[in-house]
Structure formats: structure tokens, C-alpha cells
Design a protein around this ligand. Sequence first.
Ligand code: MLT
Length: 265
Amino acid sequence: MSGRETKPITPDEAGRLKSETKVIDLYFTPCEVSEERLKAYKTVVVVDVLRVGTTIPIALSNGAREVFPVTSIAVATSLAAQLGRDDILLCGEREGRLIDGFHIGNSPSDYTRERVRGRTLIFATTNGTPALVKAAGAPKVYLCGFINLPAVLGMMLNVDNQFPLAVLCAGKFNRFALEDAVCGGMLTKQIQERTDGQYEFNDGARSALMIAREFGNDIYTLLKNCDHGRYLIQIGMEDDLPRCAAQGVLPVAPVMKDGKLVKAE
Ligand code: MLT
């Protein structure tokens, strides 16, 4: 994951983002956009289908109080020490597996009510949580997967003027992830269908709309065949895929408040 860029946005870019037109920009990986530029959007939706955009909504739905996304294992353990509370669970993955010394990995089925109800989660994953931290400076930040796309859409359309909007795909190791592109494209399409007015898309958003048309009809097959889905199958986590493919089954939209994710009300 690249460092925390501070490159300011150019006057032209600032002007474009302030225009009356509804701007939707989509980035396939976090390295395509600086932290500074993300702050200029009214709303950023972080998409990470496999798997944190599925596990964190499930954890919040099962009663987890809040989720601190962090960029590394070291930050996770020092934050846990700093908070010093016994309701904390260290969660996340490296190479898709449970991190040594952590309580829970990143399989959706691990986030049961018994394990997470009333708990504070500190979450460190390879791509999804660093993308959330990068976006944290924007006024509104949501976390989206296929499981909760309608909930995120509903929350966004409920507030006034969520534009300019950025869809930030977590990708995998700063590489394009097909499943995130399809989910981001579907979200972009549904925003366009649900609101009227003049839109302006960047090349990423235009491309994601086409990718979603091509691959959006059979999400489970998409997840079984994409790079990261095949990797998860290879390491014995194929049971996660149907849960990550369960479109719209969870009415929970995680939203960032003071650096932590909570259930949007
Ligand atoms: C990620 O951050 O990309 C995912 O959470 C990785 C995974 O869960 O396998």
C-alpha cells in the first residue's frame, strides 16, 4: 500500500469537483488517487467485495459496536493497547488468513452475534482497511460490498447533495480486482438510475459501467472465477464466496464517524 500522499489537487480539478454537474469518479485502486483529492469529494464509497466489504457489514449487523479500520498489524496492536479495554477484538487477515495473535480472521461466517455483540473491533486487512483509512478525510465515507449495496445506495440518496462522489475500489495489492470493479459499476449505475440530472463520469466510472454490464449477471460465478476468489478457494475458504455474493441481503451501511465505522442510522 503506497504512503499517505499529500499532493494537492489542481485548480482545474477543484473547479470540476465544484461544478453543478453530478460528478461520479471511480478509481480501481487506491494508488490512483491521493488522500488530498479524496477529501475534495462530498462522498466516498469504498468497495471491497472480498472480503471486508462483506465481513464488516455483517459484524455491525450482528451487534458489533464500532470498527476501527487500520493500515497495519502494528497500528492495530498499539491502538488496542492505547484503548486498553477488554471489549476489544483484533480482527483481519494477511494472505487471507487469520493473523497470528488476533482473535478473528476475515471470513464472514466468523462474525457471529455471540462473538461480536457489543464489542469494539480493530480491523487490519491487506487492501480494504487501508483504503478506508485513505478515504477517512472525506465528509462522508461508506463501505460497500454486494451484500449491502442497496443499503449504501439508500443511505447516500437519503442525504442532500452527495456529489461529487468517488467510488474507491480496494483492489488487491494495488492491482485491479474484477469483483470490486463490477460492484462499483453496479453502484454507479443504480445511483444514475435513482437520481436525475446531468452526470459527469471519469474514465474509471465509464469503464466500470461497461464491466458491470458484462459480468454483473452471475455474481457467484464472478467470485469463483476472479483472481482473489480463486485464491480464497485455493486456501480452503470457498465457503466465503456465496456469502460475499449474496446481493442486497443485508440492510446495513457502515459509515465512518471519527475514524471508526458504525451502522449508518
Ligand atoms: C482485502 O483487504 O483485500 C481483503 O480483506 C483480503 C481478504 O479478506 O482475503
